[in-house]
Structure formats: structure tokens, C-alpha cells
Design a protein around this ligand. Structure first.
Ligand code: GRF
Length: 214
């Protein structure tokens, strides 16, 4: 097998998506070399520590401004050798002082079918709009809010949904499947912008590739 892709995971909360990565691609297609949180005491940090992954905490309040925080975060992540940065429930925007350090190598998981319902409270936005089909998107991160090129998406029909918790429960397994798949595809070097439309990410292997749990 080829060399494992070193990845950093950025979190702010519970970390179920981080756990999915630790349970699937970690030690196989990828190696989680760093987990950074914007929130001290986030449960996600304990998940990393349990697997011996180095953790760091970078709260916005500890820095003069967002750009300085982003710079410190980028330094820490790159010192650990990460070549892909995965936002897994990271509840902050990343500016140029971070993104310019990892060109085309930052991805995010979002609980809607983008471009519908970007930003915070995506599921509440979708419920309030009255949609019947919900879903999950994994996309590259650019300077906008959930506006980067789409890597993978999956939908689920929930025509009678009324409660955000019920929708999130339905979306979680989709997130936990798609995010590791996207990491595996990136690690395999199979994600490439379509020359005719760089917004379209061509996936040169079967998108339904299964990444197994251990
Ligand atoms: C997920 O719903 C993800 O789509 C969103 O934040 C949530 C993170 O959940 N960006 P977890 O911390 O991975 O459990």
C-alpha cells in the first residue's frame, strides 16, 4: 500500500465525524497527525487523545484577531506534517492566513445539499424552508461560507420531518460515510477539477467506494 496521507482534523464540538475518521481511514489510507479545536474541553479532543493523536486548542479569544489565530493554527498543523486539513464540525471561518497555506487541501462536511442552506443551522434552515429532501455535502473550503467546489453529496428523503434532531439523526450516518470516503479519494489522488469547469470535481474512481469500519 502507498504511503498514508497525513491529515489534520479541526473540530469544535462532539467529534462524531472525527471518530468516523479514526475508525475508518486512520492507519489505512490516512494518518490523523493532529486534532485542533477552537473550543477548550470539546469532547472531540478526548476522542483524539484516546487514540494517541496530538491535540491543540486555538480559541479565538486567545489571539488579537482571527488572522493571528489562523496563522498560529496553520503553523501548528503544518509542523505536524499534515497535507490535508479536514473540518469536522469546526464552527469558525478560516481566513486567507490559513487557507493560503493549504491550497486545495482543506475540506469540510456540511449538513445540507449545497448550495442550499450554507452557514449555521443548516438543518433548521432546510426545515423552515419546507424541503422534503435533506442531505450532506463534502466540499473543498474556499474563502466563502460553504461555497467551495463539491466533492461528494448524498441525499435522504424525509418528507414528514419536523424536528431538527430527527433530521440530524438521519444525516449522521451519511456524514460518517462520506467524509472518510472523501479523505480516501483525496489520499488516492483521484480528486481533480474538471478542466472545462473547475467547480466540478471529477472523481476518477467509483464514488460509492466503501471505507470499512474496524
Ligand atoms: C456535523 O453535523 C457537521 O456537518 C457540521 O457540524 C457537525 C459536527 O458534528 N459541520 P460532530 O462534532 O462531528 O459530531
Amino acid at each position: 500500500m502507498s504511503e498514508r496521507l497525513p491529515i489534520a482534523v479541526l473540530v469544535s464540538g462532539t467529534g462524531t465525524n472525527l471518530q468516523a475518521l479514526l475508525n475508518t481511514v486512520h492507519g489505512r489510507e490516512a494518518e490523523v497527525v493532529a486534532v485542533a479545536s477552537s473550543v477548550a474541553g470539546a469532547p472531540a479532543l478526548a476522542r483524539a487523545q484516546e487514540r494517541g493523536v496530538p491535540t491543540g486548542v486555538f480559541p479565538r479569544s486567545a489571539y488579537a484577531d482571527r488572522s493571528q489565530r489562523d496563522g498560529a493554527l496553520a503553523d501548528w498543523v503544518s509542523e505536524r506534517g499534515a497535507r490535508l486539513v479536514v473540518l469536522a464540525g469546526y464552527m469558525e471561518l478560516l481566513g486567507a492566513s490559513f487557507l493560503d497555506r493549504f491550497p486545495a487541501a482543506v475540506i469540510n462536511v456540511h449538513p445540507s445539499l449545497l448550495p442550499a442552506f450554507p452557514g449555521l443551522h443548516a438543518v433548521e434552515q432546510a426545515l423552515s424552508y419546507g424541503v422534503k429532501v435533506f442531505g450532506v455535502t463534502v466540499h473543498f473550503v474556499d474563502a466563502g461560507v460553504d461555497s467551495g467546489a463539491i466533492i461528494l453529496q448524498r441525499a435522504v428523503e424525509l418528507p414528514g420531518a419536523r424536528d431538527p434532531g430527527e433530521v440530524l439523526t438521519a444525516l449522521r450516518p451519511l456524514e460518517h460515510s462520506l467524509l472518510p470516503q472523501a479523505v480516501a479519494l483525496f489520499a488516492a489522488g483521484t480528486l481533480a477539477p474538471d478542466p472545462d469547469n473547475p467547480r466540478r470535481i471529477a472523481v476518477s474512481t467509483d464514488e460509492t467506494i466503501r471505507v470499512g469500519e474496524r
